[in-house]
Every structure is written in C-alpha cells, then in structure tokens.
Design a protein around this ligand. Structure first.
Ligand SMILES: [Zn+2]
Ligand SMILES: [Zn+2]
Length: 313
C-alpha cells in the first residue's frame, strides 16, 4: 500500500514519476508552495516591498500563481494588484473575467479589468475580422496569437507603469518554458533564446521586470493543485486555435515524458547552463528609443503594437 512520503497518510493524490515521491493532498499543496517560494528566492524574483502586477487570466496557471504569491502578501513582504486583460473574444473571455474577479475578491486583492478596446480602439475579434483571418492592411501571414501577444505585452507594461508596479508576474509553467526553448532551437531563433528565463533581464529600465514563479512546475501539477486546493479556475480554451508549431512541440514533449519523466527538467537545466554563455555572445541592445506614437520604449520608430495599428488605419 502506497502512503504519503511525508506524513504517512494513506490517501495519496500524486505519485511523482520523476522523484518517486507519493504525496497526500495536504503535503502536495505544501510541497508546491515550498517549491515556488524557494525558486522565488533562488532566482531573486521578488524583493521585500515589491508591488507585483499579477497577469490574471482566470486560467489555472495564473490563479495558482496568484494564490501562492498571496502567501508573501499575507506576510507583508509584497503587495499585489491583479489585472485581467479583456482581449474581446466573444463567448470566452467573459467567464475568465468572472473567475478572476471571484479569486481576487476571496483573497481581498485589488483587481483591474482592462481591454484591447479601451487601449487600442478595437477588440481582438474586430482585429481578426468576421472570418478570423488577419487584419486588413497586414500583408504578412500571421496568427491571432501573434497580435494578441504583442498587444497583451504592451498593455501589461502600460498598466504596470500606471499602477507603479515593480514586477509583472505571469503564470508560465514548465511545459510552456520547455516548449519555448525547443521551438526556438528548432526554428533557429537563437536570439530569442536569451529572452527565456525565470526573470526578464530588461533591455530597458522602462520595461517592468517580468517574473515566472511557476516556471519549474509542470502543467499537470498546477492542474492538480487547483483541484486539491479547490480553486475556481477557467478551464475553457481560447477559441482562436493556438500556434500549431507550439502544439506539435507540446505533444512531442508530452509523449517523450511518458518514458522519460525528467525530460522537461533536464531541458530546462541544460538550457539555463547554456544561457549564460549565449548571453555573452548575444548581448541585447542597451536603451532604445521611444515609439513616436505611444511613447513606449522601442527599437524602431514604432513599437510592434503601434506598427500593427498604423498599418490597419
Ligand atoms: Zn502527507
Ligand atoms: Zn507604440
């Protein structure tokens, strides 16, 4: 009979293939909290007095991150303000906002909902047109996720400034991170690799530092945490089908993990070792100029978000 490796409880909820550990509900929650807080210290993600802008979609990753970071807030180490971005995806985003609201209300955390519409004058649905194709005036074949990602990054940085936040936290997990590493290797985008990590090393101090507290937690365990801790999370997937190459890579890594349960960890560890060498070779540019349209830092005359918007006007 299998019992909890920590307390001997007979009702275990997880058997970790990679470590051989079995855990009961309580010890599992405790172990994830400890791991995340340990990584936060190890990678110096947070300092006492930080004001964290939590990017809260309402999905399991960001909700779990919010609840764990709240442990530091309760100890008066950090302050948190949560933001949910309403991209304007009909029939999908409404529920996520409601769930995000519920979670912040429970924890007593300040919550803002901001929209593509108010910042850019149009929703993602409107950008993508009736048939879900790319916006008029954009000649390059691009996916909805490309636009959405660019506009979300822009809003997060702007809201962080408005709120005086010193860090932006996102719910990226181990699966997301290993997918990004492999995708960039396989596509030969070596310059993108140096941007992957637990903490953004900002090219420019006008960009608020981004942190990923769940970077070493597998997606599966985050899902289990949400169930074990009885958290209300938004389970629906975005109706815009995700980047197909990312999905293929994700499927490939999942398949490999069946027989090689440590493969995601070793991919991450190996990458983190190479990264310091890469960084010496590929030093990111120093301070850049300003976008002439929105004033955000930008290497070119226009930032990515504004170059999209101008192209469609
Ligand atoms: Zn236990
Ligand atoms: Zn701009």
């Amino acid at each position: 009979m299998n019992t909890c490796s920590k307390c001997g409880n007979q009702q275990i909820i997880i058997q970790k293939k990679h470590s051989g550990q079995s855990l009961c509900q309580e010890c599992f929650i405790e172990s994830i909290n400890e791991k995340v807080l340990k990584d936060t210290r190890k990678y110096k993600l947070l300092e006492k007095g930080d004001k964290v802008l939590m990017a809260l979609s309402g999905g399991k990753d960001s909700v779990v991150a919010l609840h764990i970071l709240n442990l530091l807030r309760e100890k008066n180490i950090i302050d948190i303000v949560a933001v949910t971005i309403d991209e304007g995806i009909k029939g999908y985003r409404e529920k996520g906002i409601e769930i995000a609201k519920g979670n912040t209300r429970t924890l007593g955390i300040e919550h803002r909902v901001v929209s593509f519409k108010e910042y850019f004058g149009r929703t993602l649905d409107e950008m993508m047109g009736q048939d879900g194709t790319r916006p008029q005036g954009d000649t390059e074949p691009r996916h909805a996720c490309t636009y959405c990602g660019v506009f979300r990054r822009w809003i997060l940085n702007r809201v962080a400034q408005e709120e005086g936040a010193t860090k932006i936290a996102t719910g990226h997990n181990l699966d997301d991170e290993t997918q990004s590493i492999l995708m960039n290797y396989l596509e030969g985008n070596i310059n993108n690799l140096i941007r992957i990590g637990p903490k953004s090393e900002s090219r420019d101090e006008r960009f608020t530092v981004k942190i990923k507290p769940l970077r070493e937690i597998p997606e599966k365990e985050i899902g289990l945490y949400a169930i074990a801790a009885d958290l209300n999370v938004h389970l629906a997937g975005c109706p815009y089908v995700g980047e197909s190459f990312r999905r293929e890579i994700g499927g490939f890594i999942k398949e490999l993990s069946e027989n090689h349960p440590t493969i995601m960890y070793s991919t991450l560890r190996g990458f983190d070792k190479i990264k310091s060498i890469l960084k010496k070779e590929l030093t990111p540019k120093g301070n850049t100029g300003e976008c002439r349209r929105c004033g955000e830092p930008s290497a070119g005359e226009l930032c990515k978000a504004c170059s999209f918007l101008e192209g469609w006007e």
